[in-house]
Write a protein that binds this ligand. Sequence first.
Ligand code: MN
Length: 145
Amino acid sequence: MVYSEHKSATAVARPFCQKNGDASGRTVLIIEDNAANAKLVRDVLELEGYATLVARTAWYGISLAKERKPDLIIMDIGLPEIDGFTAAEILKADHDTANIRILALTAYAMEGDAEKCIAAGCDAYLSKPVSINGFLTAVKQFLGP
Ligand code: MN
């Protein structure tokens, strides 16, 4: 299953939420196969005022990136079909998406993963578990406050 936006579901789930920041106009694409992780990342970013798109597979994420030109991509590494390293290589090799910054998130950091992420074209790398503050700090380094 793939999905993109769940704005109505989100509004029902969080009727009293106020946005903390004004990140108007900036969109973050989350490529993550784990639904709970994707929801957490999406909720954190939406609270900061970013618009979000979610893809559960790398191929869908790549097609969304080409179509919607997000300002940043949050890339899980462990994904079905093709992994996040390969997806980053494909995105960076395509002139439509080469300039989109990619922040990689990996579940169980293996020695050499950071280097592999950067070699694949990711612009930054965080290993899970990531604190919300650490995550937002990394996002804001790319997108501003
Ligand atoms: Mn995963």
